[in-house]
Design a protein around this ligand. Structure first.
Ligand SMILES: Cc1ncc(COP(=O)(O)O)c(C=O)c1O
Length: 457
């Protein structure tokens, strides 16, 4: 391991002096000091004081294979020595990106045929916006350019992806654009009222139909959504939702675009989250689990139907990124996808570790006085804090409660995340039963401490 150059407090002071962090109040963070993570192995992380944490979030839903994989390291090192950089501009390419596509499309359902690689999920969604608009231009419908997203959806932090997402506080920071619209999220616990889950799923889907009719189907390019909302709180829609959304998109000739940045590559127990929910998107946005986060890479996957139009009729495709299909990233992605496939990791999530975690969470929290809902599949889950389970009454200060839980979780040596009133978790896909026991045990301790310390029990 690289010898530390500074003490923890020196690192924190330098960090405060030079960095603007993601999604927080910098002044408040600087007063407290950021946690400085120095090392990772398997599912565990160590900070600069040597304290050990179980990473219940795979970094940011990235490290599917956990930390410290020698095969990913070797793939990157080999590629750095052989060809550290080349690009896909001006009639050139390189073997690794071609091999990556060969492997990726062997894992994807057969109706997908082409990819445009990026460095991140945000960029992939930027490319999505321009690509679907181009698609409609080629088909003689240039006015078909409105992108419909969902309130509380998250698609990244660049300008287009922010506008596509439904985070109001991000829109307020210069993040809204014309030709973007939003519909409600399928969050039954919060908005289901007296309806059954199935009824609510249809109602939430039909908001899309109403929005398309309001805007005019001839103006709507695509509906973009996460199969389950990740950053929005690991919200799993009712089972009636996706089939109805698909019916509406087909009926009004609106592209259906799934953001698989979190759900892709095995998280739910299927290779892709849309397969878990049983619908067939026209495009997939991918990132994170593509390389297990060891190196940045994302991409936009297109159906053969769309790619055919772009390739055969499109002429100039006026887009390109210097690092698209970067050879080192492609080499790491190949090693990562090969391991996911050959070590049968996705099958294990589906048949063993996923059911194990979901059962353990339900055994542990079903009767807990503070937890009113447990959602999830495979190795992704959410616990909903609420005042009253029967009436689904949420705490007025649910955000503070969940944040407290996250903070005491860190104290207990657990990295867990909170979103509004939900605790969310997504451990590495290689998690053993013992590590899942540790995850649930530490979560239980954090929830109990939260109840005691905030006088909720
Ligand atoms: C569903 C989804 N889409 C897109 C993104 C943006 O990806 P990135 O942070 O790599 O730009 C994220 C990030 O968390 C995400 O969760």
């Amino acid at each position: 391991m690289t010898a530390p150059q500074h003490t923890t407090s020196q690192y924190q002071a330098l960090d405060a002096a030079h960095h603007i962090h993601a999604f927080l109040d910098q002044k408040a963070l600087n007063a407290q000091g950021a946690l400085v993570i120095a090392k990772g192995q398997g599912l565990h992380l160590w900070d600069t004081d040597g304290k050990r944490y179980l990473d219940g979030m795979s970094g940011l839903w990235c490290t599917a294979l956990g930390y410290g994989r020698a095969d990913l390291n070797a793939a990157a090192t080999r590629q750095l020595a052989e060809l550290p950089y080349y690009n896909l501009f001006f009639h050139t390419t390189h073997p690794r990106v071609i091999e990556l596509s060969e492997l990726l499309f062997s894992l994807l359902p057969k109706h997908y045929s082409h990819a445009i690689y990026t460095n991140s999920g945000s960029e992939a969604n930027e490319v999505l916006i321009r690509t679907v608009r181009r698609y409609w231009q080629i088909l003689g419908q240039p006015q078909k350019k409105v992108m419909i997203g969902r309130w509380n959806g998250y698609h990244g932090s660049t300008l287009g992806s922010t506008a596509l997402g439904g985070m109001g506080f991000m829109h307020e920071m210069g993040g809204m654009l014309p030709d973007f619209a939003h519909i409600g999220e399928p969050y039954y616990f919060a908005a289901g009222g007296e309806l059954s889950e199935a009824e609510f799923g249809l109602k939430a889907a039909r908001e899309l139909e109403a929005k398309i009719l309001e805007l005019g189907a001839e103006n709507v390019a695509a509906f973009v959504a996460e199969p389950f909302q990740g950053a929005g709180g690991m919200i799993f829609p009712p089972t009636s939702y996706w089939a109805e959304v698909q019916r509406i998109c087909r009926q009004y000739d609106v592209l259906l675009c799934a953001d698989e940045v979190i759900g892709g590559f095995g998280r739910t127990g299927e290779w892709f989250a849309h397969q878990h929910f049983g619908f067939q998107p026209d495009t997939l946005t991918i990132a994170k689990g593509l390389t297990s986060g060891y190196i940045p890479m994302g991409g936009l996957v297109l159906s053969a139907r769309m790619a055919e139009v772009l390739v055969q009729q499109g002429g100039l495709f006026a887009h390109g990124l210097t690092y698209s299909g970067h050879p080192v990233a492609a080499a790491v992605a190949i090693a990562n996808l090969t391991a996911l496939r050959d070590e049968k990791i996705v099958e294990t999530v589906k048949n063993d570790s996923g059911p194990y975690l979901q059962k353990l969470l339900r055994e542990t929290f079903a009767e807990h006085p503070l937890i009113a809902e447990i959602q999830g599949s495979g190795l992704v889950a959410a616990l909903q804090f609420a005042e009253d389970k029967a009436t689904r009454k949420r705490f007025a200060n649910e955000h503070d409660i969940a944040w407290h839980c996250r903070t005491v979780g860190f104290d207990e040596g657990l990295i867990i995340r909170s979103t509004l009133g939900r605790m969310i978790m997504a451990p590495a896909l290689v998690a053993s039963h013992a590590e899942l026991d540790e995850l649930v045990d530490k979560t239980r301790r954090a929830v109990d401490r939260t109840g005691r310390e905030l006088n909720l029990l």
